[in-house]
Design a protein. Structure first.
Length: 212
C-alpha cells in the first residue's frame, strides 16, 4: 500500500533501513533499537573502527542473523552493489572517523572519509530513488560556545577538522534538501554517548586509548 506524505509517494510496505557504520558503538545500539521498532535493517561497515564479533552479539541479542554487507562507504561500486541487492527505504549514516585529536594530525584522511563517504552515500541513494537520511553529526558543531547550557539554535562553528567534517556534512544535506524537496534529512548533534546495552554484550570497544 502506498500513501502520499508531504507531496511524496511513500511505499509503506518497505521498512528496510540501511545502517552505515553499523558495527560501531552507536551503530550497534541503533541496530537493535530499529529491530525492536519493527524495521528491517541492513548493516554496512568495513570494520575500520569495529569488530566482526559485534555481528555475533547482535545475532545473540536479536535472535536473528544480521543482514550485513562489508563495504567502505567511500567505495561507489560497493555501495551501488548494496543498493542493487536491497530495496532501501531510508539510510542512517554513522560511518565516519571520529577522533578529534587524530583529526588534527590526519586532516586529509578525515575530510576524504567523512565527507567523501557522505557524498557517495547520498549519490548512491539518489540513483536508487532513496531520499531519506539521518546523519550522525556532533555537538562539536557548536565550537566553543559563548553561553551554557547550549540550545539547539546556538551559533555553530568548528575548532578542529573532525568538527568541520560534521558541520560541512550538515551543510551538504541542507543544500541537498533545498535543491530537491523530495529529500528528507535529519542531523543528530549528540555529545559523548556512554554506557552499554542493558545485556552488557555490546558497548564501547576501543582498540586504543580514548581520543575525544
Amino acid at each position: 500500500m502506498n500513501k502520499t506524505e508531504q507531496g511524496m509517494t511513500v511505499d509503506t510496505k518497505n521498512n528496510k533501513i540501511l545502517l552505515t557504520g553499523a558495527t560501531g558503538y552507536i551503530g550497534s545500539h541503533t541496530w537493535l533499537a530499529l529491530l525492536a521498532a519493527g524495521f528491517e535493517v541492513v548493516g554496512v561497515d568495513d570494520f575500520s573502527n569495529s569488530s566482526p564479533e559485534v555481528l555475533n552479539r547482535l545475532a545473540e541479542l536479536s535472535g536473528q542473523v544480521p543482514q550485513f554487507e562489508r563495504a567502505d562507504v567511500c567505495d561507489a561500486a560497493a555501495m551501488n552493489a548494496v543498493f542493487e541487492r536491497h530495496r532501501i527505504a531510508a539510510v542512517v549514516h554513522f560511518a565516519a572517523f571520529k577522533a578529534v585529536g587524530e583529526s588534527t594530525t590526519m586532516p586529509l584522511a578525515y575530510y576524504r572519509n567523512n565527507l567523501g563517504g557522505l557524498i557517495n552515500t547520498c549519490e548512491t541513494m539518489r540513483r536508487h530513488g532513496c531520499s531519506r537520511i539521518v546523519f550522525s553529526s556532533s555537538a562539536t558543531v557548536y565550537g566553543a560556545p559563548e553561553t551554557l547550557p547550549l540550545r539547539e539554535d546556538a551559533p555553530v562553528s568548528a575548532t578542529n577538522p573532525y568538527g568541520q567534517t560534521k558541520l560541512m556534512g550538515e551543510t551538504i544535506l541542507r543544500d541537498l534538501a533545498a535543491a530537491d524537496p523530495d529529500w528528507q534529512t535529519a542531523c543528530l548533534r549528540y555529545f559523548n554517548p556512554v554506557g552499554a546495552h542493558e545485556s552488557g554484550r555490546i558497548g564501547e570497544d576501543r582498540a586504543a586509548s580514548p581520543t575525544t
